[in-house]
Design a protein around this ligand. Structure first.
Ligand code: FAD
Length: 371
């Protein structure tokens, strides 16, 4: 097991966004798998655009279901997960993209276990794995291994932040509801917070808290923050964004992947897919691709007839698919890939919304979200 043990008895905190409390990890570990397709459509080709972590996981799970993923990748497997080796220093890598992962990413840790990768604690500020944390603020330098080593003002600010979260957002109750994967309890706690804080910035939340009344304390908090460090660049953002991070433990107890993060997408690509249907046991996603490599970049997506989308690639190839899974950032559909507008969910959703209810002076952001 690479997953650290839960600090408290019961299910671990999971990265279940309170707005969409869908327990991916439970679903993934279901004995029936995450889904199945009828036998007569097994072997069907499905295009997957992008071979970052999202695309390699999609391809891996499609193969497990007995479908045939056809992956298009513009650059390299891994995308924004990219580990660069140093010549002459085997085992040492520089992480150029994602490098630290919270244990609450239980689905991610499930895949790490499945492909046999180990994790170790990441040396965040004041983390137990960090030999020394140096804080240099306004010309004063302090060192410490743990919070208790720091001057009283730092400890007061830490206590103030914790109290602000409890009083202003019932954070422990919310985290317990998320850990219990209890959508009703999550909604009962989260909905009032959305109504209360919909137009509240992070800074306003701190100012309004009786626990962070002093400007100097808020300034220190902005510089040093919590988890990975200072948060003052987020002061102007909605406090709901920060509460989403805190409630899901996204900035806590981070771990690094031994040997480099890019091994995860690389192994999902090249290792045999366990429990594979339709294909021979031992088949990998790479085995389903000529030469074991993805196709080149997709440059256009056209809906040619109902139930058919043609993908054009940068090598001049074109192929029709019953389904295309686009995992690259969505703005590429608007800017880089020539794409029928109707295939872009965001535009389609906005148009559908506008058709249903033309923008009126009384229209608010909250209304749009409820839609
Ligand atoms: C510097 C940096 C540090 C980060 N640190 C962390 C961290 O510590 N922890 C963490 O959890 N997250 C971190 N992230 C975020 C994390 O890396 C991403 O959320 C994650 O890797 C996104 O994966 P993805 O597969 O969804 O997208 P991507 O990795 O962006 O994959 C999309 C893929 O699509 C490909 N593509 C684009 N256009 C086309 C096309 N036309 N045809 C075919 N393929 C195409 C791209 O080349 C790319 O490989 C960091 C990101 C960056 C940039």
């Amino acid at each position: 097991m690479t997953t650290p043990t839960a600090p408290a008895p019961g299910p671990p905190l999971s990265m279940i966004g309170p707005d969409f409390p869908f327990p991916y990890d439970v679903f993934r570990h279901h004995p029936a798998g995450i889904g199945a397709v009828p036998r007569d459509v097994q072997g069907t080709r499905v295009a997957v655009i992008g071979a970052g972590l999202s695309g390699t996981i999609v391809a891996y799970e499609l193969a497990r279901m007995g479908l045939r993923p056809v992956v298009y990748e513009a650059e390299r497997i891994g995308g924004r997960i990219r580990s660069e080796a140093f010549e002459g220093h085997p085992g040492t890598v520089a992480e150029m993209g994602a490098m630290r992962f919270p244990p609450s990413s239980t689905t991610l840790f499930g895949y790490l276990d499945e492909v046999g990768l180990r994790t170790v604690p990441f040396p965040n500020p004041l983390a137990p794995a960090t030999p020394d944390t140096v804080i240099d603020l306004k010309g004063v330098t302090v060192h410490g291994r743990a919070l208790d080593d720091l001057p009283e003002q730092f400890r007061r600010v830490a206590r103030g932040w914790e109290s602000a979260l409890q009083d202003g957002a019932h954070i422990d109750a919310l985290r317990s509801a998320i850990a219990a994967r209890d959508p009703a309890a999550i909604a009962a706690l989260w909905r009032p917070l959305i109504e209360r804080y919909d137009d509240t910035t992070f800074y306003r939340f701190l100012v309004d808290s009786p626990h962070l009344r002093s400007f100097a304390d808020r300034e220190l908090f902005g510089q040093v923050g919590f988890g990975t460090g200072g948060w003052d660049t987020d002061f102007s953002n909605s406090v709901l964004e920060v509460l989403r991070v805190v409630a899901t433990g996204a900035d806590e107890d981070h771990r690094a992947i031994v040997g480099g993060s890019q091994q995860l997408p690389a192994r999902l690509w090249s290792q045999p897919v366990p429990g594979v249907r339709h294909w021979a046991a031992g088949t990998s996603v790479a085995d389903l691709h000529p030469g074991g490599v993805p196709r080149t970049a997709a440059i256009a997506l056209r809906r040619t007839r109902p139930g058919e989308i043609v993908v054009h690639d940068a090598d001049g190839g074109r192929e029709a698919f019953a389904a295309v899974v686009h995992t690259a950032p969505v703005w590429l559909l608007l800017s880089t890939i020539r794409c029928d507008e109707t295939l872009s969910p965001r535009r389609a959703a906005v148009r559908a919304h506008d058709r249903a209810r033309p923008l009126a002076p009384t229209w608010t952001l909250t209304d749009a979200r409820r839609d």
